[in-house]
Design a protein around this ligand. Structure first.
Ligand code: 26A
Length: 340
């Protein structure tokens, strides 16, 4: 019998293959990179994709979140879209999504290679610098989302999740999902993804914000949002309240703003008040690689919403998946599955 959660979670963003580069500090210096950042590659960074690669793994922030969500959901609960090329990297992404149980509904641009993200780890995995060459991911189009066989999954979904990184790609597709969510009173969850999104894609972000029922970000993204939106305070609670207070289309749902802060407490603003949730600390000797921790958190959060759970449970499940993610290498989670 099909589970009632079948394809209850729909996700959109950039399907990327992560390309782990050995060489840490030296590589950061060579390409003028910050130790903890996420950027789009400029011409000056292109050489990084020819540096020695220590391993590949499926990436793309929201794609990681969707795999993490599927980890704690019944089979066939999740579906993800974005654009890939017609190449080996696309096959690798499909395989890894299949293995995780995440359904891929990709559009294919045969003329452009699948997007890649160079990951440079330093400080034993405590810091990660991400340099993305979007490739085919940059060519996602509204027309693909609107194909009847793809839109059927949108209709079926209970929760819609969009990674803010996609604001650099196809705002029309994001808005189509956002408007559907508002019309059908489904939660529309938006992740701010990286400081450069509120900084340099402010107009695109502001066009989608009124539809956001849940905004997820970390402390650096919250600070960048505050700075670009004239929020005077640097206090995360004040910023969370400010974001929660922006105008909203679907007034049947009050906005929740979730600001994570690594191993520190998560602040959640909703209905004019802030609740603080403190995650369990993973002992330093168990931390392998923090890349993807925020994605796993978001995955747990949206899975809980799709299951009809409230914010308290969603945060707890998110914290748990974030902790499990940093104990293993890459953005995948331990197999055989651990139970929450
Ligand atoms: C548009 N950009 C810059 C990006 C990304 C991205 N995912 C989508 N779009 N830059 C980095 N990532 C992904 O973030 C994950 C870690 O949180 C990486 O692929 C990595 O898996």
């Amino acid at each position: 019998m099909a589970s009632s959660l079948e394809y209850s979670l729909f996700g959109l963003e950039n399907p990327l293959l992560d390309y782990y580069i050995a060489g840490g500090e030296e590589i950061l210096a060579k390409y003028g990179l910050k130790a903890n950042d996420a950027i789009l590659a400029g011409d000056e960074h292109m050489g990084i994709y020819t540096e020695a690669c220590s391993s590949y793994s499926a990436g793309g922030a929201a794609q990681n979140s969707m795999r993490a969500a599927q980890y704690v959901m019944p089979p066939n609960s999740t579906v993800f879209t974005g654009c890939v090329g017609n190449d080996k990297f696309a096959e690798m992404l499909r395989e890894s999504n299949d293995k995780a149980g995440l359904r891929s509904e990709f559009s294919v641009d045969p003329d452009t290679p699948t997007g890649v993200c160079a990951v440079v780890l330093t400080k034993n995995g405590a810091n990660r610098s991400l340099i993305t060459n979007l490739g085919a991911a940059n060519h996602y189009k509204l027309e693909h989302l609107q194909k009847p066989e793809v839109w059927a999954f949108v209709e079926k979904s209970r929760v819609i999740y969009v990674g803010g990184y996609h604001l650099t790609v196809c705002v029309d597709a994001i808005l189509a999902l956002a408007k559907h969510a508002a019309e059908k009173n489904k939660p529309f969850v938006l992740n701010l993804s990286a400081p450069f999104i509120p900084q340099f894609f402010k107009d695109q972000l502001d066009s989608v914000m009124p539809y956001a029922d849940v905004v997820i970000c970390n402390e650096t993204e919250a600070a960048a949002f505050a700075e670009s939106h004239g929020v005077e305070s640097t206090d995360l609670k004040d910023i969370a309240l400010a974001i929660a207070g922006y105008s909203k289309v679907n007034n049947a749902r009050s906005r929740a703003v979730v600001i994570t802060h690594g191993a520190e407490s998560t602040n959640v603003a909703q209905d004019g008040k802030v609740t603080v949730y403190t995650p369990n600390r993973v002992p330093a000797e168990e931390v392998v690689d923090t890349n993807g921790a925020g994605d796993a958190f978001a995955g747990g959060f949206i899975a809980a919403l799709a299951k009809g759970q409230g914010i308290d449970y969603a945060i707890t499940l998110g914290h748990w998946l974030g902790q499990e993610c940093i104990k293993v290498s890459g953005t995948t989670l331990a197999e055989p599955k651990k139970q929450y």
